[in-house]
Design a protein around this ligand. Structure first.
Ligand code: SF4
Length: 523
């Protein structure tokens, strides 16, 4: 197979819009074979038979379509997650069924999220979802049934065209020219068509970027990855609190630093707040896995709030060490990132006796009353090598400084950093699943980068830029301790839409740590 993209456009105007968009490419679109395939399912089938034997390595279908979902507007772009024949082909398709129903899935397009993300970054309004190929575009009742079945757009060609693509990576991009609110035959026909063709023109260069990222790959899965015992416990605590006390249950700060975890719990009735003054009297409030300062606990008691503490026991251990050292008259040098909730909570344990150390330079600013009474502690999610440099700086200046009884950087952080180092050594690029405010996920990105491998944080598959993947043969995938395991599955699935994927686990440790639930929720 060649690295040439076969770009299929049913109509002349669609082909022309795509051609004009491709002219913006550095090579003027030379690397793309643009073919006009003709209007409707029958011509599409004929065209599909003709190109089925072509040596192009990947196939894209581009054109206009009718939007069905309420939020799909004229000028928007739909990237098909899957393409089905809808009913009414009357036997012309082996998958024909009754009018208005969605038949067996003709084809999934797993790389749709990657393409959609790239189109959004190009400034387009994009939807990802099922697309159906129908035999008539103006058939209101059948389209309503399709919309009810979850189909977000309809066209008349994509399903038969994708049959011709065979096993090759394939995508479908359709710009919306009409919707139920702006029907095909209406005063909006011309303006809708112009808006759709403009979007199609803008989408064309992005299709070339998608094609450049196509290729078979090995995926190295860092293990351990995803949820640690503290995160699992914190999520379970909110779920049990919702069951036991009923919605809403308030949670101070994000229970764990992950957008999809927070969104999922919000759907079930959790309300996330920044401070206790947002919690109504008499409500139940959960403290997040990152811990809180004594001041917050006192405020909750003063307000008479019911509290459930989801602080990770390993964070609580650092709090206890801070109290012990401060109680023994030590100045506590807390190595961590200012503004992080865990650091705020630990600083709050002994505010008059604790100094934050964010860099080796901060060590020079320490002013202990007694140079022999300096102790150091750490945020649990630091990069081990980064923290070691600051410990060295503390010990250089205060040779008798005392450290924690056991490592503050927790087992989960350490294991995930070892695993990401192992995959980085063999990968062309590393993708780390995690949210932007997740400290341990960010440290995984930095750890891979320090190992000399380009690495990126990915909150969802759409965040992956196609340019990161172009030319790569081995992709490492890791996940921060707050990133759901399903996120890794979504990334690997999206990569599989760019070509055959062989996955291999790179195991550096196995974990069996479990933490018990707080007393209020046991039973
Ligand atoms: S990363 Fe470590 S400290 Fe943080 S919740 Fe997980 S186990 Fe606890």
């Amino acid at each position: 197979m060649s690295g040439e993209l076969l770009l299929l456009a049913p109509l002349r105007v669609e082909a022309e819009a795509l051609r004009r968009g491709l002219r913006r490419l550095p090579d003027g679109g030379e690397s793309v074979r643009l073919v006009r395939t003709g209007y409707g399912p029958a011509r599409s089938k004929t065209a599909a038979s003709a190109f089925a034997g072509s040596d192009c390595g990947m196939v894209a279908v581009g054109g206009v379509a009718g939007g069905l979902a309420d939020d799909v507007k004229v000028g928007d772009v739909v990237v098909a997650s899957e393409v089905s024949y809808a009913g009414g082909f009357g036997g012309s398709s082996p998958r024909a069924s009754t009018a208005g129903s969605v038949d067996a899935v003709t084809r999934r397009c797993p790389s749709a999220p990657l393409l959609a993300g790239e189109l959004r970054r190009a400034g387009l309004r994009v939807h990802v979802g099922p697309l159906a190929t129908v035999h008539k575009l103006v058939e209101t009742s059948a389209h309503a049934d399709l919309a009810a079945a979850g189909v977000i757009a309809v066209d008349m060609e994509s399903a038969p065209l994708l049959e011709g693509a065979g096993d090759r990576p394939a995508v479908v991009v359709r710009a919306i020219s009409d919707t139920p609110a702006h029907p095909l035959v209406s005063p909006h026909t011309v303006s809708g068509g112009i808006a759709a063709l403009k979007s199609l023109r803008l989408a064309a260069p992005v299709l070339a970027r998608w094609a450049a990222a196509v290729g078979p790959r090995q995926v190295l899965l860092a293990s351990p990855r995803s949820f640690c015992a503290g995160v699992e416990r914190a999520i379970e605590i909110v779920e049990l609190a919702l069951e036991r006390y009923g919605a809403p249950v308030y949670v101070r700060k994000q229970i764990v630093h992950n957008t999809s975890v927070v969104a999922g719990l919000e759907q079930r009735g959790a309300i996330f707040v920044d401070e206790l003054n947002e919690v109504p009297d008499g409500a139940t409030v959960v403290f997040s896995a990152h811990g809180v300062s004594p001041e917050v606990r006192q405020e909750a008691t003063r307000r008479g709030l019911d509290t459930v503490d989801a602080t990770c026991p390993l964070v609580a251990k650092v709090h206890a060490e801070a109290r012990r050292f401060a109680g023994d008259g030590y100045l506590v040098a807390l190595i961590g990132h200012g503004g992080h909730e865990e650091v705020d909570g630990t600083l709050g344990e002994a505010p008059g006796s604790t100094a934050l150390i964010e860099s080796a330079d901060d060590v020079a600013k320490l002013k202990p009353a007694d140079p022999d009474k300096v102790a150091y502690l750490m945020q649990t999610t630091l990069a081990a090598d980064e923290a070691a440099g600051m410990v060295d700086a503390i010990l250089d200046r205060f040779p008798s400084a005392k450290g924690p009884g056991s490592d503050d950087i927790c087992y989960a952080t350490t294991n995930r950093q070892r695993a990401v180092r192992a995959i980085a050594a063999e990968s062309d690029v590393v993708l780390v699943a995690g949210s932007a405010n997740s400290s341990n996920s960010l440290r995984l990105v930095e750890t891979a980068q320090r190992a000399g491998t380009p690495a990126y944080l990915v909150d969802r598959a759409e965040d992956i830029e196609l340019g990161w993947l172009a030319g790569t043969r081995t992709v490492g995938v890791a996940a921060g301790a707050s990133a759901p395991p399903a996120m890794v599955g979504q990334i690997v699935d999206a990569l599989s839409g760019l070509g055959r994927v062989e996955s291999r686990e790179v195991v550096v440790a196995t974990e069996s740590v479990q933490f018990g639930l707080p007393r209020e929720l046991r039973q």
